[in-house]
Design a protein around this ligand. Structure first.
Ligand code: NAD
Ligand code: UD1
Length: 336
């Protein structure tokens, strides 16, 4: 097993992926600028795995800092999570998003080239399916975006596609995540949003723990079974294990490969609320409000390609995801 660099390694998905890679026998090196996470996450990963984790507080745009990581460690592959991810904020600060996510990825790729590291597994998003494709989403559908965050993912995918064309030794597996939720079963790490959460499950968790009063359900007049939005929620540990399978695949195949990581099953906002109520044994107060701008009715994956190419599929159901989210929230009401 080789040595891998996990960028954004103290973040929500990166920290869970780190555990999956350590459990699979990889040596991992974490880097993060801590703009949206805490260094304590690295200590928690050590508690969970019993393994020492090397952590660098570095910004991916800092080329000298990145060179030091590659000089001190023989990195075989990069699992690239680092980036800014808040849709609303990206509309207000587009240059910051383009500069950090795209500019940072270009610098990272340049340093990788300098050290002949030719393998990347990238965090992309189902957001690249835009609003015109029919569900379920398939990897060969045209991609687009409706906001600057989404465009950073579309552009980074294109950059990797072009890098693979230019360098026939390069391998890029681009993972399009659907809606990752839940937490590691230990309750030690989980999602740690700053301020008031934008996403559904972190918001419901804060209502359940008494930090927020009630959930606003953004519309109940969509063309869905109960009128509320339908999404493909996936347990973050299933997602993490998908990265291990993706790296195994990348080690054996050159070129650019986009792959959905979803369950293939959609759940409505009200179904999520009911599953969460079961987990926390409380009622979640809610009100129906206007639709949120930019939302679509339904999004879910066709997960066939991941099963065929990676031999991976998600195993956790919505109740397990909510139970794990609730355990983390109860143990860490103010986050990590
Ligand atoms: P997160 O914010 O918890 O993790 C991202 C990490 O990147 C943070 O710890 C942040 O401090 C770090 N970071 C940001 N800019 C950096 C920089 N310039 N240098 C070094 N570190 C930097 O988010 P997450 O939910 O773990 O998401 C990980 C990746 O997955 C992101 O690229 C995100 O866009 C993508 N993604 C997330 C979701 C989701 O719902 N969470 C869905 C689809 C795709
Ligand atoms: C959001 C982002 C998307 C990103 C994804 C994963 C927007 C417009 N889209 O998508 O780009 O890839 O997160 O990070 O922000 N909901 C409520 N009340 C709430 C919060 C959400 O009713 O307080 C509903 C939404 O309308 C939606 C569902 O819950 O139907 C899920 O919302 P969310 O968790 O924000 O994920 P996405 O909308 O899929």
């Amino acid at each position: 097993m080789g040595k891998i660099l996990i960028t954004g390694g103290t973040g929500f998905i990166g920290s869970h992926a780190c555990i999956a890679f350590i459990n699979a026998g990889y040596q991992v090196v974490l880097m993060d600028n801590l703009s949206n996470s805490k260094v304590e996450a690295a200590a928690r990963i050590e508690m969970i795995t019993g393994k020492h984790v090397r952590f660098y507080r570095t910004d991916m745009r800092d080329v000298e800092g990145m060179r030091q990581i590659f000089l001190n460690n023989k990195i075989d592959a990069v699992i690239h999570f680092a980036g800014l991810k808040a849709v609303g904020e990206s509309v207000e600060k587009p240059l910051e998003y383009y500069e950090n996510n795209i500019g940072g990825t270009i610098k990272l790729l340049e340093v990788m080239a300098e050290f002949q590291c030719n393998t990347m597994v990238l965090s992309s998003s189902a957001t690249v399916y835009g609003c015109d494709n029919p569900v379920p989403y398939l990897e060969d559908m045209p991609i687009s975006a409706t906001n600057p965050y989404g465009y950073t993912k579309v552009m980074i995918e294109q950059i990797l596609r072009d890098v693979c064309t230019a360098n026939s030794s390069f391998r890029a597996v681009v993972l399009r995540y659907f809606n990752p939720i839940g937490a590691h079963e230990s309750g030690l790490i989980g999602e740690n949003p700053k301020g008031i959460p934008n996403n559904l499950v972190p918001y419901v968790a804060q209502v359940a723990v008494g930090k927020l009063k009630q959930l606003s359900v953004f519309g109940n007049d969509y063309d869905t079974p109960d009128g509320t939005g339908v999404r493909d929620y996936i347990h973050v540990m299933d997602l993490a294990n998908g990265h291990v399978a993706a790296l195994d695949y990348a080690m054996q195949h050159t070129g650019f490969e986009p792959i959905n990581l979803g369950t293939g099953k959609g759940s409505s906002v009200l179904e999520v609320v009911h599953a969460y109520e079961k987990a926390c044994r409380k009622q979640i107060p809610l009100q129906i409000v206007e639709r949120r701008a930019g939302d679509i009715a339904t999004s879910y994956a066709d997960p066939t390609k991941a099963k065929e190419l990676l031999g991976w599929e998600a195993v956790s159901n919505l109740e397990e995801m909510c139970a794990d989210s609730w355990r983390f929230t109860l143990q860490n009401p103010n986050g990590i």
